[in-house]
Ligand binder design. Structure first.
Ligand SMILES: Cc1ncc(COP(=O)(O)O)c(C=O)c1O
Length: 430
């Protein structure tokens, strides 16, 4: 374990505004693998991955070495002024993992910026103004990304006016579907709601893009059906609409495949990538086909820091670690053990209404006996897990679910230890 650093203990609330809500009181010193250590030397198992970011684990030695080496060479080689190897190498490695039509990478700095870029590209490429997004989605906090976000009203409320010409359809939330027919047909109901926008709200040839999280994250970890996703793809094709998939949270091996779209046998026209792409360095990307990217004239979009040399060097190391350690494969294997263990806990404690997810993008939704959302149980479980030195975060509009998103380097032993902690925490809430 690394030496704890001597530091003056400042109070976050003196310097950092309260808008930065805090999930834990921890003042952190360092991290390694799935663990972080606070300034008192206490170790915590991080089942948040810093909101699904450190997929290679905290401070993977190869990522650390790449950052150190690049920082000593050049930190800021501005992309419009100087090309550099990490930026291109990372794009090459990224596009080697994607479908052939995702072959060029516009580097940005955050998930929101990637979504902004994706929407701008879709508008320019189609010459159309409108975007269709899904209820419950989270895409970021800039003005355009707030407009396509509806996971919680506090993200967008009080910021109006947002960008116009955004239309919302319900995303398949199969656990709470209003559809009263056969459960296996619920996805058809959701698709019909989407298609009805064209009868009631917007002409299809005014729509530049349909934007969807491949697996819905912040809004509750909802996994759509393959059929629904394929119908959305087909709808786009029918009307010349571009399909933007937001893989900011679901990408980079998280769901047991490198990209979540692989589960659904669909191919996006534009993909937004962030979070896990550089193991915690602020790197994100808009990924698309050269033919589409060519519609962006030089200078029609840009940014000072996009493709930062240190950030993309971290991305290079991240892709190499993903490949060499088969982290998507580990996510698939560990995810199965995790889901099976959670289902056993659910069988004993009906306060868990639903266990859902893909790979290591997993959530449990908590319910009252009448089936209504139970955020109080969520609070208790998170607090109890924290007492046992395990970090967890919520998701869902009502904070009715807990997401379980450990780094993809997690071992079976660590998953089983976690399941023991979780069982005790759920028992306390039941
Ligand atoms: C699916 C998705 N898209 C976009 C974003 C926005 O990313 P950022 O916070 O880096 O702007 C997030 C962040 O949680 C996300 O989960």
């Amino acid at each position: 374990m690394a030496q704890l650093v001597e530091q003056e203990l400042l109070n976050p609330s003196d310097y950092i505004p309260r808008v930065v809500g805090r999930y834990s009181p921890l003042l952190i010193d360092h991290g390694k693998g799935i663990y972080v250590w606070d300034v008192n030397g206490e170790r915590y198992a991080d089942f948040t991955s810093g909101i699904a970011v450190v997929n290679t684990g905290h401070c993977h030695p190869r990522v650390v070495a790449a950052i150190q080496e690049q920082a000593a060479r050049i930190i800021h080689a501005q992309a419009n002024i100087l090309a550099h190897s990490p930026m291109m190498q990372a794009a090459k490695l990224l596009t080697e993992t994607t479908t052939p039509n995702l072959n060029q990478v516009f580097w940005t700095n955050s998930g929101a910026e990637a979504i902004e870029g994706a929407i701008k590209l879709a508008k320019v490429a189609t010459g159309r103004p409108a975007v269709i997004a899904f209820k419950g989605a989270f895409h970021g906090r800039t003005h355009a990304t707030m407009a396509v976000t509806s996971s919680r009203v506090k993200v967008r409320g009080h910021y109006e006016p947002l960008i116009p010409s955004v239309y919302h359809a319900p995303y398949p939330y199969l656990f709470r579907s209003p559809y009263k027919g056969a459960p296996e047909d619920a996805d058809l109901f959701y698709f019909a709601e989407l298609e009805a926008l064209f009868d009631q709200m917007v002409m299809p040839d005014d729509v530049a893009a349909i934007l969807a999280e491949t697996v819905l994250g912040e809004g509750g970890y909802m996994v759509p059906t393959k059929r629904w996703m394929q119908m959305v793809r087909e709808l786009c094709d029918r009307h010349g609409i571009l399909l933007i998939l937001d893989e900011v949270q679901s990408g980079m091996g998280r769901t047991g495949t490198m990209w979540a779209y692989e589960h659904f046998d669909v191919v996006p026209d534009i993909m937004a990538v962030a979070k896990g792409v550089a193991s915690g360095m602020p790197v994100s990307a808009v990924v698309s086909d050269r033919a589409l990217m060519d519609k962006w004239a030089p200078g029609a979009h840009g940014g000072t820091y996009g493709g930062n040399a240190v950030g993309t060097a971290a991305a290079v190391a991240t892709f190499e670690v993903m490949r060499d350690e088969d982290l998507p494969g580990n996510a698939a294997r560990m995810g199965e053990i995790l889901m099976a263990g959670l289902r056993e806990i659910q069988a004993d404690y009906p306060v868990i209404g639903d266990v859902r997810g893909l790979g290591l993008m997993v959530a449990t939704e908590f319910v009252h006996p009448d089936g209504s959302p139970n955020p109080e149980a969520v609070k208790t479980v998170i607090a109890k897990a924290f007492e046992e030195k395990t970090l967890l975060i919520t998701c869902g509009t009502y904070d009715q679910a807990i997401r379980i998103v450990p780094p993809l380097v997690v071992t079976e032993e660590q998953i089983r230890e976690f399941l023991d902690v979780y069982r005790r925490a759920v028992a306390a809430a039941a």
